[in-house]
Design a protein around this ligand. Structure first.
Ligand code: PLP
Length: 439
């Protein structure tokens, strides 16, 4: 099996990279499942997969897969079984809520609901939010569409400005102009990786009597989040972007709106008492619903998904955000410097301010469609990136990329050889005439 080496002539061409970044090798920070997976190239060779699509879905941490495997052997029905393993599984599932709460520094009385993913969590929040919601136009569709398509309040969409400061002022003005129940905002852009200032956004919302929901899908794996210190009312995220791809997500936040709303799904688990005689509705049915997480978790929950999320939280705490931040900063500096050395590559940014960024680089390559770039990187270099509009069509339109762009995103399993391979491949691509990259 031959691993295809990066071509030395391209390496030597990355002058900006050599000038700007320390080229010492950086290993992966921890072990992820599938790190050694080989993929085929059009040449007939095979190469280790270079995964630059962490922002879409991150590989499982080995620690997470191990925790899930250990739990599978003791898995049994959750919540209503009297058997020993049912009790073990139920205890484990409920403990996952506490692990999540500690991970994001939640209040003791916050409700932790396990959902399918961030999209599901925001739809649940939209179902429970009584009144208008203010959102920016830079959001992932998951934090736009649930708000625009509901009947318990309207969505007021604020256009982001060129600078973050002006954007914060625009949000402030919108919330001052008319009361809103909620400001729903992303913590980090899934297109550019730019990190928004959560505490300042929370202060703006609270100053005008609104609550804040933070879409932390792109942040929780990369930066510490504190519900208490940042002043967050509701926080949502997905397990599969937190190295726990087992089908669960989280909504954590204040319980009053959650308890006041009808159950998100009707069914067993959410209902405390059901009677089909003498009830108030037209079928004589009456139902008493649980409060707390159970109210919105009807049906059998995804226990292994919750266990995976809790294991990821623990593994990340063990690694420490300081080390995670350093690892990402070093790789990002190397990638930024490398991309800056490829003449035809233009990075995407929402704000002209120099903001902190997680490991996401959105960019375009002059003369090549995003799909052609992604296919070239995969077919000739074994690199997986994302191309398209990243479920953020309004943002891509704002940025002038109605045909989409390319996104390279990385994380704990990424090393400097991956970054170098990506930069080398893009350098090679830009030497090939448009349309010829994919013979
Ligand atoms: C910022 C942001 N919010 C929400 C979502 C939706 O996440 P999920 O597909 O896990 O529901 C994504 C997914 O890419 C995202 O990047």
């Amino acid at each position: 099996m031959t691993a295809v080496a990066t071509t030395t002539d391209c390496r030597n061409d990355c002058a900006v990279q050599s000038d700007a970044a320390d080229l010492s090798t950086i290993g992966p920070l921890t072990s992820v499942v599938g790190a050694a997976e080989l993929v085929p190239l059009t040449s007939g060779d095979q190469i280790r997969y270079a995964n630059f699509d962490y922002a879409a879905s991150a590989p499982a941490l080995t620690a997470v897969a191990d925790a899930v495997a250990a739990s599978v052997s003791q898995y049994a029905s959750v919540h209503r079984g009297a058997g020993h393993l049912s009790q073990v599984t139920t205890r484990r599932y409920e403990q996952c809520r506490d692990t999540v709460r500690r991970f994001v520094r939640g209040r003791t009385d916050d409700t932790v609901v396990f959902t399918r993913n961030t999209t599901d969590a925001i739809n649940l929040a939209a179902h429970c939010t009584p009144g208008d919601v203010v959102v920016l136009d830079i959001e992932h569709h998951a934090n736009l569409l649930p708000w625009v398509s509901r009947d318990n309040g309207s969505a007021r969409i604020v256009s982001a400005c060129d600078t973050l400061e002006d954007t914060l002022a625009a949000l402030d003005a919108e919330l001052a102009a008319a009361p809103a129940a909620l400001l729903a905002v992303t913590a980090a852009s899934n297109v550019t990786g730019e990190v928004l200032p959560i505490s300042r956004l929370a202060s703006i919302a609270h100053r005008h009597g609104a609550r804040i929901l933070v879409d932390a899908a792109q942040l929780v794996a990369h930066r510490p989040v504190s519900i208490v210190s940042h002043g967050i009312d509701y926080l949502v995220f997905s397990g599969h972007k937190l190295y726990a791809p087992f089908g669960s997500g989280v909504l954590i936040g204040r319980s009053d709106w959650l308890d006041a709303a009808d159950p998100y799904l009707a069914g067993g688990g959410a209902s405390a008492q059901v009677s089909l005689v003498d009830g108030p509705d037209e079928n004589c049915a009456s139902t008493a619903w649980h409060s707390g997480a159970a109210r919105h978790e009807a049906g059998s929950p995804n226990v292994l998904g919750a266990i995976a999320i809790a294991a990821a939280c623990e593994a990340i705490v063990d690694l420490g955000f300081e080390l995670i931040g350093l690892h990402e900063a070093e790789l990002r500096a190397r990638l930024d410097a490398g991309l800056a050395g490829v003449a035809d590559v233009t990075p995407l940014r929402i704000f002209s301010d120099d903001l902190d960024r997680v490991g996401i680089a959105g960019f375009s390559v002059d003369g090549h469609t995003p799909r052609a770039v992604a296919e070239y990187l995969s077919d000739h270099h074994g690199i997986g990136v994302r191309d398209g509009k990243f479920c953020a069509h309004p943002l891509l339109a704002r940025l002038g990329h109605t045909d989409g762009a390319v996104r390279a995103s990385f994380g704990l399993g990424t090393d400097s050889a991956d970054v170098d391979r990506l930069v080398t491949a893009l350098t090679e691509l830009t030497r090939i005439a448009p349309g010829k990259a994919h013979p």
